[in-house]
Design a protein around this ligand. Structure first.
Ligand code: NAD
Ligand code: IPM
Ligand code: MN
Length: 360
């Protein structure tokens, strides 16, 4: 099969981890006889440096003409990078938000599970993670605080800022449906996370999720307040199957859910809409502190590529093959520094990618 993939390496560790994922994709194309055509596209700081803006309309069009997008990460260290002297709409993150919104990628899936092999890298106590955990966060990605009006104004001699948090019933309904559809194929439980004890968008969220749940009688629905959820993730991550939540809460909870897998370098993600097109990226950022050192963990990006094969290309065996190769490499004792523990073999980002590609 032939598939065209928009490849956005981005900034910081972005090029290192994407090159790693491409090694693995090439191994897949060789083994299964597929042709992957890579269309490289600039976004974030890399695009600002060349075009003065984080995502040009031409790049957006190019990306939307592909079958899927593979993204590394964008952005830099805001305290030192000149990109953050620009107005907010011209900074790296604005490119990513423009891409998500313009392509209507409203459903962001972030799976968090514990590999048996990574128990030593998990900061939780043994009795908490005994038997592992396996959850997926379904994060709404094109609404909420990220996309409401915002403004900073001078009022009575001081600056006052506001950010609008808006959700419509239809936005909530479509993401809730996706969460229940996934839960039906998993352990049939949805935990909808909100702040309904304080904010109106959460009260609407709860009402719409309740309505949607009526079409899924076999799926158990529970509601949880976001502060409690942050605590429960640490106390008892096994209780979760599908966590359904809005944009900002999902951003924060998914970083927390990543760390209990051993490292943020393990958490993949898929950003989906109603057709087969999708964007696949690790949940972590451009990690400026370790960029250019060949020490980043490429596994989140490699597992994101597996999600691309599964969700956008319907290549189930190929996706399994990547996931099995990752498991094998961990079983064989190879570790990047973020998941390193006693007695394991430390490898670089490029070595890890090579080792996974060898196991395809
Ligand atoms: P970050 O996720 O980049 O890094 C947080 C910490 O995790 C750092 O110590 C980093 O070294 C470590 N880390 C991250 N990925 C790793 C990996 N693959 N292997 C090993 N260690 C890893 O978060 P940050 O430092 O808050 O943000 C840095 C920049 O990234 C910011 O500009 C932010 O806006 C951007 N960002 C981009 C995306 C994206 O492109 N999707 C996501 C998150 C943050
Ligand atoms: C993520 C990132 C982005 C987000 C930033 C870079 C805009 O943190 O993908 O989790 O907040 O969605
Ligand atoms: Mn984030």
């Amino acid at each position: 099969m032939e598939r065209k993939i928009a490849v956005i390496k981005g900034d910081g560790i972005g090029p290192e981890i994407v090159n790693g994922a491409l090694k693995v994709m090439n191994a897949i194309s060789e083994k299964y006889g597929h042709k992957f055509i890579y269309e490289e596209i600039l976004m974030g700081g890399a695009s600002i440096d060349l075009h003065g803006e984080p995502l040009t309309d031409e790049s957006l069009k190019k990306a939307s003409n592909c079958d899927a997008i593979l993204l590394g990460a964008i952005g830099g260290d805001a305290t030192v990078s000149p990109w953050y002297k620009l107005e907010p709409s011209l900074r790296p993150e604005a490119g990513l938000l423009k891409l998500r919104k313009s392509l209507n990628l409203f459903a962001n899936l972030r799976p968090s599970f514990l590999y048996d092999e990574l128990k030593d890298a998990c900061p939780l106590k043994e009795e908490i993670i005994d038997g592992g955990f396996d959850m997926v966060i379904m994060r709404e990605l094109t609404g909420g605080l990220y996309f409401g009006d915002r403004e900073t104004v001078l009022k009575d001699g001081e600056y006052v800022a506001h950010d609008n948090l808006v959700y419509s019933e239809s936005e909530i309904r479509r993401i809730a449906k996706r969460a229940f559809d996934i839960a039906i194929k998993r352990n049939k439980k949805v935990t909808s996370v909100d702040k309904a004890n304080v904010i109106d968008t959460s009260r609407l969220w709860r009402k719409v999720v309740e309505e949607v749940s009526k079409d899924y009688p076999e799926v158990e629905l529970e509601h949880m307040l976001v502060d409690n959820c942050a605590m429960q993730l640490i106390k008892n991550p096994k209780q979760f199957d599908v966590i359904l939540t809005e944009n900002m809460f999902g951003d924060i909870l998914s970083d927390e859910a990543s760390m209990i897998t051993g490292s943020i370098g393990m958490l993949s993600s898929a950003s989906l809409r109603d057709d087969s097109f999708g964007m696949y990226e690790p949940s972590h950022g451009s990690a400026p502190d370790i960029a250019g050192k060949d020490m980043a963990n490429p596994i989140a990006t490699i597992l994101s590529a597996a999600m691309m094969l599964r969700y956008s290309f319907d290549m189930e065996d190929e996706a399994d093959s990547i996931e099995n190769a990752v498991e094998k490499v961990l079983k064989d004792g190879y570790r990047t520094v973020d998941i390193m523990s006693d007695g394991k073999k430390r490898v670089s980002c490029s070595e890890m990618s090579e080792l996974i590609a060898d196991r395809i």
